[in-house]
Design a binder for this molecule. Structure first.
Ligand code: HPA
Length: 248
């Protein structure tokens, strides 16, 4: 069974036939909400809204450990993490989909590991390639089958938020080699790796980054809302095709 973590613009899955909701207690506190189990395109899927079902939990306040631990209690084959991002590379315009292959973490003060606490052996997970290669490939194949174009590969910068970046910060991210910027990819991806859960991002560019192209003077929230609506339909097409591909 695949898990889908929905971000901004995807706090529920359209066409998802919900069969039950499971409130999962964890040693790390409360997840963002109950795990929603159901069928999508005839296949079993579990869904969790990262920001809560009412979109009330800010990126730095999400209990990433509880979310990942809760999912790890189920028989999960992989996690598709949906994210809305800003485009840093000038060719990454609103509406474009991207499956990144690298991450740079600029967050701070988030509970970012399961390997801490008394009597816990320290472990240093390998994170050279932060996303699961097979799941990334499957997402790209699913996009193809769904007739959606995705940019394959790219570097996701994770900022602390909740504010958007300054133009100078985005210039710095570009110099660092980042292609897209979001606020929730970390520590989510690292925690998934700690639990050995295959994890990949399906990112939708909803705006150009601060100071870039159309966002030279400001980032338009009206534009973002419009892009999210149309873009999430494409995201859903890819996810449906992924779950079908896998079991066919
Ligand atoms: N910056 C950070 N996170 C984001 C952005 C952005 O421009 N757009 C959507 N999420």
């Amino acid at each position: 069974m695949y898990a889908v973590i929905g971000g901004s613009g995807l706090s529920q899955l359209p066409d998802f036939e919900i069969t039950r909701r499971q409130v999962q207690r964890t040693p790390y506190g409360e997840p963002s909400g109950a795990l929603t189990m159901g069928r999508l395109a005839g296949r079993e899927v579990v869904f969790l809204a990262r920001h809560g079902y009412g979109h009330t939990i800010a990126p730095h306040q999400i209990n990433y450990r509880a979310n990942l631990w809760a999912l790890s209690q189920l028989d999960i084959e992989g996690i598709v993490a949906v994210a809305s991002v800003g485009g840093i590379r000038p060719d990454l315009k609103p509406g474009q989909l991207i499956v990144p292959d690298q991450i740079i973490d600029y967050t701070h003060g988030r509970a970012a590991t399961f390997f801490e606490g008394e009597n816990q052996a320290i472990q240093h997970i390998d994170f050279t390639w932060p996303y699961d290669a097979a799941l990334r490939a499957l997402l790209c194949q699913a996009a193809d089958a769904a007739g959606e174009q995705v940019v394959q590969g790219g570097c996701y910068a994770c900022t602390q938020g909740p504010r958007l970046e300054t133009a100078a910060e985005v210039r710095r991210l570009a110099r660092d080699g980042a292609d897209i910027v979001g606020m929730t990819g970390m520590p989510e991806a690292a925690l998934a790796r700690e639990l050995d859960l295959p994890y990949a991002h399906l990112a939708l560019v909803v705006n150009q980054g601060a100071g870039v192209g159309d966002s030279a003077q400001a980032i338009s929230h009206a534009q973002i809302s419009k892009t999210v609506q149309a873009g999430m339909a494409s995201v859903m097409g890819i996810i449906k095709s992924l779950v079908q591909l896998h079991e066919d």
